[in-house]
Design a binder for this molecule. Sequence first.
Ligand code: SME
Length: 169
Amino acid sequence: MAEVLHIAQGSKEEKYRELVSQIKAVIGDESDLIANMANIASMLHETFGFWWTGFYRVLAQNQDNILVLGPFQGPMACTRIRWGRGVCGTAWKKQQTVIVPDVEEFPGHIACSSLSKSEIVVPVFQGDRVIAVLDIDSEHLNTFDETDQKYLEEIASIVEASASTTRES
Ligand code: SME
């Protein structure tokens, strides 16, 4: 695998395209889900310099499921999030991407950092089950749009493929 990230010059779309092809190259060689999440968080962070970029994984706890902090880049964050809580728990519950242009306007938003202004959360599936969410925070309002959604969902599907590989290996 290439160990130096190449960041495309140009539009957000060009940066995502270059990033996705490099993520595929890195993940193609590795079946460990945590390692893949760690590299994806790093590669997104290096490419876009978002305030906080990382994963929360769905873990079984007693008879319940909960999101637990996974690999990330950025300031320390809250460790556990319940189903339906905050933006992350909402994306998990709805099983779909949630874009929040202004976190102040999102009832129940969990403020891990007062500097976070907008957010996108993308579920990661294994089959029809959500196994994690990819959460990105920006210190600017209105950072995320349908371009971010399209490519981050593609990245989530690459994680899904690596999760399936992990299960089988
Ligand atoms: N803001 C998220 C919590 C996680 S942090 O942003 C890293 C939420 O409302 O679910």
